[in-house]
Design a protein around this ligand. Sequence first.
Ligand SMILES: [Zn+2]
Length: 427
Amino acid sequence: MAITYIQNIKRLVDGELVDGTVTVEDGKIIELDGPMPENQGIIQVIDGSGNFLSPGFVDVHTHLREPGFEHKETIATGSASAARGGFTTICAMPNTKPVPDSVENMQLINGLIKDSAVIRVLPYGSLTKDISGEERTDMEALKAEGAVAFSDDGIGIQLASTMYEQMKEAARLDMIVVAHCEDNSLIYDGVMHEGKRNVELGLPGIPSICESVQIARDVLLAEAAGARYHVCHVSSKESVRAVRDAKAAGIRVTAEVCPHHLLLEEMDVPSDDANWKMNPPLRAADDKDSLHAALLDGTIDCIATDHAPHTVEEKCCGMVGAPFGIVGFETAFPLLYTAYVKTGKWTLQQLVDWMAAKPAEIFNLPYGKIEVGASADFTIINLEKEMIIDAEGFVSKGRNTPFNGRVAQGWPVLTIFEGNIAYQEAE
Ligand SMILES: [Zn+2]
């Protein structure tokens, strides 16, 4: 019997931080706030030093790059980076090489995850073969191999009929369709938001309609198909309105927002620096405001990082030639805690729910909550600890962040996955 006793921690009970303990046996929580077990053989005792014990975070939108792009990230480095950020369950997007679009490829990816992930990694299956938007995948077969949901993230599904057919199949299988919404005819080779700052910098812009028109199309398709539909990284006020209207109409739609879209806007982009290039781009101040309002009123359901590592060489030389994406695992909680909980705009409970319970609930995963019988997935966070973000010190292979040099407070010091330590801060 493997027993772990975590003492000297604070946990959130009905929105309040209270002193507590957690007893774990064989990877599951068996008691909350109980005494140290006696006569149970060898007990591992973890002292939380009075810090906050949060449920391990759940990230439904991540890119681990393996197989195929191991120079950017691997399942080992990506999952370790996530553990450092307090995540214990992450869903891996299918834009790898090969793409998990067949039983064989799904088995290959599951094997890699089993071999090297330090936390729970749940792979997506793709909606179309090779994420080409053309030939549809056999979703039933991919579900049987453990696909957590279906997405072609990185590219929008251009043909409505392809999306409609896969939504009908997803509804039959009781699976979720997760969409990166982007109409290719409206991208215009853009690299940042089409607004004011791109003109100042002389860079091609991506208009907000590139995203919003496809969301508007998809929610109507989801209604017709009776499908569960989840929108990735909502970035514009028009997109928020489309999701809000769809929810009001009773359509089964949920949505996520990324930390960078909450924290930054187009005018923050300092120069033609590819560490500020991501898709969708940082939009205008009123877009950012609408994302905040949407999160608070429940139009947007959860926060996801869209962790997207690239090499220094790929990001070195301006936006036009660089790939889209920034890393996010190791900075998400401290940045949001510092900007919104410390300032009283959000409660700690809200932030933790958006990063743990809510995404788990949307994806029907039995994680993200601390309760007897649940998997022992936690992160212990020092809410007082202040640190300068240093990309060179990331566990991720990626250094591509616009937040390098920022001061943030509230850092995970210990992450526990299924009762075992997955990350521990160096002394
Ligand atoms: Zn995407």
